[in-house]
Ligand binder design. Structure first.
Ligand SMILES: Cc1cc2nc3c(=O)[nH]c(=O)nc-3n(C[C@H](O)[C@H](O)[C@H](O)COP(=O)(O)OP(=O)(O)OC[C@H]3O[C@@H](n4cnc5c(N)ncnc54)[C@H](O)[C@@H]3O)c2cc1C
Length: 503
């Protein structure tokens, strides 16, 4: 299937979009920039924005749903091309499980369209608000990354519009180098205008979930590793295969107990295991109740949970979660809906506002398996020594990818959410500078979609110099006028590319 069926290309440029000046922010509510924003509704309007920007000597930054935590989707004082209005499903083949979408289609729209046919997006992040264009540009990963790979692995082809207005259709067969550079290229080579995705066939709208508790980081990592090994053994039956793995760490635990936590193991149901697949695969079955425990309206949660972002609240919440994992029955296997198992936070409106004032910094470190225990141990310990315990710590298992700006190791990641209250903002920033240096020197990598604190040197150190040089060469070819830019490009990526060229 080619990305854009000819019939769908037949747009005329409408005058229904216009530019406006808006203050945009990253998901963490800390990176902000006033930008001139355009919301085109078709590829021709994107071309018109590029032409206008060129004529006026302005740069263009691309934006999907703005779910990147820092400045990846900001372009201060310049144009931001927001693709969220380009949100049509262009073609859906329910037999092959292939879909062609515009870039502004969200993960939520995707599953709502395909679930009743028995298909689910092969890779999903922790929120379903992200767009397919943003997911491709960041080459996102899910809890099944160790087993199924990353978002880019399920992209069959895409149309990429260069700043010149030329559209190139890329796949593993055609324009291979651009295919592997634009996925994970953070919108710096061109704008995706249509993408063909391969989905994952499922037999139920439920997943089987079980949870285990572990007294130390080493024990927790050991369980994740063994579960993954068991799941990939050739003689494991479909009903035994864990497909998704995620660890929660108690950030308040110290000493011998440092890194203790819970592991959630999920597996998709085998054919015939769900007696009512038609019911559970109905999209209307998926959203959870609007009340927690049948009583508390979800809208109340952010206000009630606000103390969790304070130092003592963080400690208390982590302790409570650890002990909750020990309540009788808490480890009992059960079934959960796909949507609640993957996107629970989407059902608590404005949850991130518990981090106001000050906002939230997420620090996600990726580390090869050999060095991960040392890096994560040290990261948690340094946070505790600085008196800044993360509110939330999430561990995932990964496998490397074939994309040019690859951040995924054969190993693990630890994502830490730090509340950056104005009273300790400086201390949090100093801690993160220290952690970045430590991680870069220890062989770890970083994910630009989450970043707001990296320096060019740290980023350059974490990536193969040859990959950065190749990316620079492709950018010079696709965007010779350096029209595609963003705040993170100017802050980190461009100077890192120059460092790599100088090496
Ligand atoms: C609560 C939460 C949980 C998350 N969990 C995960 C997770 O589990 N795994 C994970 O990998 N990530 C996760 N993320 C990060 C998120 O998946 C990425 O930041 C993703 O890129 C956001 O998509 P978006 O549509 O919001 O894009 P934006 O944030 O708006 O943009 C991201 C990048 O994509 C570029 N871009 C956007 N549209 C296009 C286009 N049409 N063509 C070319 N480039 C484009 C932008 O320039 C920018 O560089 C999470 C984020 C949140 C808020």
């Amino acid at each position: 299937m080619t990305p854009t069926p000819p019939a769908q290309r037949d747009h005329t440029v409408s005058n229904s979009w216009s530019f406006s000046s808006e203050l945009l922010e990253g998901y963490g509510m800390r990176s902000r920039a006033r930008c001139v924003i355009a919301r085109p509704r078709c590829a021709e309007e994107i071309a018109a924005v590029f032409a206008l920007a060129r004529a006026e000597g302005r740069t263009v930054g691309l934006r999907g749903a703005g779910c990147s935590y820092g400045d990846a989707a900001l372009n201060g004082d310049q144009i931001v091309l927001d693709t969220s209005q380009m949100n049509r499903v262009l073609a859906w083949d329910a037999v092959r499980g292939e879909i062609i979408v515009e870039p502004g289609v969200t993960i939520a729209q995707l599953w709502q369209r395909t679930l009743s046919d028995g298909w689910w997006p092969a890779v999903v992040p922790g929120t379903m608000a992200v767009t397919v264009g943003g997911a491709a540009a960041a080459n996102i990963h899910g809890k099944n990354n160790w087993r199924d790979g990353c978002f880019g692995d399920y992209i069959v082809a895409f149309d990429l519009m260069l700043p010149s207005g030329e559209t190139i259709t890329c796949s593993r067969e055609h324009h291979r180098d651009l295919f592997h550079a634009a996925i994970g290229g953070f919108g710096l080579l061109g704008c995706f205008t249509a993408l063909t995705l391969r989905l994952r066939h499922i037999h139920s709208g439920l997943v089987h979930v079980r949870q285990t508790a572990h007294e130390s980081l080493a024990a927790l990592l050991d369980t994740v590793e063994c579960s993954a090994e068991e799941a990939t053994m050739s003689d494991a039956s479909a009903g035994e295969q864990t497909t998704h793995l995620v660890g929660w760490l108690d950030t308040a635990a110290r000493g011998q107990r440092l890194g203790r936590g819970l592991v959630k193991l999920m597996r998709e149901l085998a054919p015939g295991e769900d007696p009512h697949p038609q019911q559970t695969l109905d999209p209307s079955f998926q959203p959870p109740s609007s009340h927690i425990a049948g009583i508390l309206p979800v809208e109340w949660v952010p206000a009630l949970a606000r103390p969790l972002a304070t130092p003592w609240g963080t400690r208390l919440a982590n302790r409570a979660q650890w002990w909750r994992g020990h309540l009788p029955g808490s480890g009992r296997p059960h079934y959960e809906r796909y949507v609640t198992a993957n996107f629970m936070l989407n059902f608590i409106p404005n949850f991130k506002r518990i981090y106001l004032p000050g906002g939230l910094i997420q620090h996600q470190t990726f580390a090869p398996a050999l060095v991960a225990p040392h890096i994560f141990h040290e990261t948690l310990e340094r946070s505790q020594r600085a008196g800044i315990e993360p509110a939330l710590a999430v561990l995932k298992k990964h496998r490397s990818s074939s994309f040019l700006l690859n951040y995924l190791p054969d190993g693990y990641s630890l994502a830490l959410d730090y509340a950056a209250h104005p009273s300790r903002e400086g201390a949090v920033e100093a801690l993160l500078r220290d952690l970045n240096t430590f991680v870069a020197e220890s062989g770890g990598t970083f994910f630009l979609a989450k970043d707001s604190t990296l320096t060019p040197k740290q980023f350059a150190q974490s990536m193969p110099a040859e990959a950065l040089r190749q990316f620079q060469a492709i950018k010079a070819r696709c965007d010779p006028g350096e029209q595609l830019q963003s705040d993170i490009y100017r802050r980190v990526i461009r100077p890192a590319l120059l460092l790599a060229l100088a090496r």
